[in-house]
Design a protein around this ligand. Structure first.
Ligand code: MTE
Ligand code: MO
Length: 343
């Protein structure tokens, strides 16, 4: 077990370690977040050090059992996006990750992303829009009413989860920016900060991706009601390893489209290049719609491992559904397209 700012987390590399206390950066961030969560804001910044330490101690108990010491979000549950399936336990959602900026193994992100700084954050919405936007960290949770949506997440590696995200629709953000009529596509870019993201320093550790990580959608896909900007999960702000402070979630596409820690959204009039497609175009297409009938060149996509209860590698194998079960909402977007060619 390992103590992090998200609580006691079991990760492969720390199985043999005995409990250790949070890192100095973790303590610092926790204290700032607690002060923020209490609404003390600027007052918190001017509280003398020993008082802050006391405030922090007050939460010591909770910290041990609660995996997030970050902000609790205000949101409403959107029942239109509920699911009958069992939620993936939160400990799995926040410890089994793909975030190659922090390393390529599933536990690298939780091990290496602690202390990741999201404040200050700048997200720009630019390109073919009438009102380019520059949002700061506060804007991300305050500009739009937040809602919770439960979505399936299906990775191209044939595992899946069911996650309660908190956020707002991508369409509402694009509408605020005012998309020009000449626009056809939307591109997304992750933070580039090799000092914080060790995978961006080394080709090997970063999985060969040419950073910054970039992704894209066709404009009609981006405007579809399902396309979601997540700022939280399980009711609280996103842990770094899940893409803090803001990430895309496109539930009918393979997980690699759901780009994390976004700093730029650019509305364009052509299809943007995308990271995984640039790395291996024969394996990862621009569309990347979940499709049990189109196999990856190296494995079948007919079934998936639903990450669930039990040990860290345990899971049940289930059939993969076309468009990850969201065909009713999105199949019309691809009418007449050969989906084995546009994979
Ligand atoms: N910037 C960035 N975004 C990313 C990735 C990444 O490596 N870097 N991995 C993707 C992949 S392959 C998947 S499956 C999902 C995983 O999201 P999760 O870790 O929150 O489950 O994030 C996606 N977004
Ligand atoms: Mo993935």
């Amino acid at each position: 077990m390992k103590s992090t700012k998200f609580g006691k987390i079991k990760s492969a590399s720390s199985w043999n370690e005995k409990e250790n206390s949070v890192t100095p950066e973790g303590v610092f961030n926790d204290r700032r977040n607690i002060i923020k969560a209490l609404g003390l804001g600027a007052i918190g910044a001017s509280i003398p050090g020993h008082v802050q330490a006391g405030l922090f101690d007050l939460f010591g108990e909770k910290k041990a059992v609660d995996p997030f010491v970050t902000q609790v979000l205000d949101f409403t549950k959107n029942s239109a996006f509920g699911l009958k399936e069992t939620l993936t336990p939160m400990q799995k959602v926040i410890t089994h990750n793909n975030f190659y900026e922090f390393g390529t193994s599933k536990t690298d992100p939780v091990d290496n992303a602690q202390g990741f700084k999201v404040d200050p954050w700048v997200l720009k919405i630019e390109g073919l829009v009438d009102n380019p936007l520059t949002l700061d960290l506060d804007d991300l949770t305050k500009l739009f009413a937040l809602e919770e949506r439960i979505y399936r997440l299906r990775c191209v590696e044939a595992w899946s989860m069911v996650v309660p995200w908190v956020g707002f629709s991508l369409a509402s953000l694009l509408k605020k920016a005012g998309v020009k009529s000449s626009a056809t596509h939307v591109a997304f870019e992750t933070l580039f900060d090799p000092d914080q993201m060790p995978g961006q320093k080394s080709r090997l550790m970063g999985g060969g991706i040419h950073y910054p990580y970039i992704e894209g959608l066709r404009l009609d896909e981006a405007m579809n009601d399902l396309s979601f900007m997540a700022v939280g999960l399980y009711g609280k702000t996103l842990p770094a390893q899940n893409g803090a402070p803001i990430r895309l979630v496109v539930p009918w596409k393979y997980g690699f489209k759901s780009i994390k820690s976004i700093v730029r959204i650019r509305v364009m009039d052509k299809q943007p290049p995308t990271s995984w497609n640039q790395l291996a175009a024969n394996e990862y297409g621009f569309y990347a719609n979940v499709n049990p009938e189109v196999d990856h060149p190296r494995w079948s996509q007919a079934t998936e491992r639903r990450i669930g209860e039990g040990g860290i590698f345990s899971a049940t194998r289930i059939a993969t559904k076309p468009f990850n079960g969201y065909g009713e909402q999105v199949a019309h977007l691809y009418k007449g397209m050969d989906l084995s060619r546009f994979y």
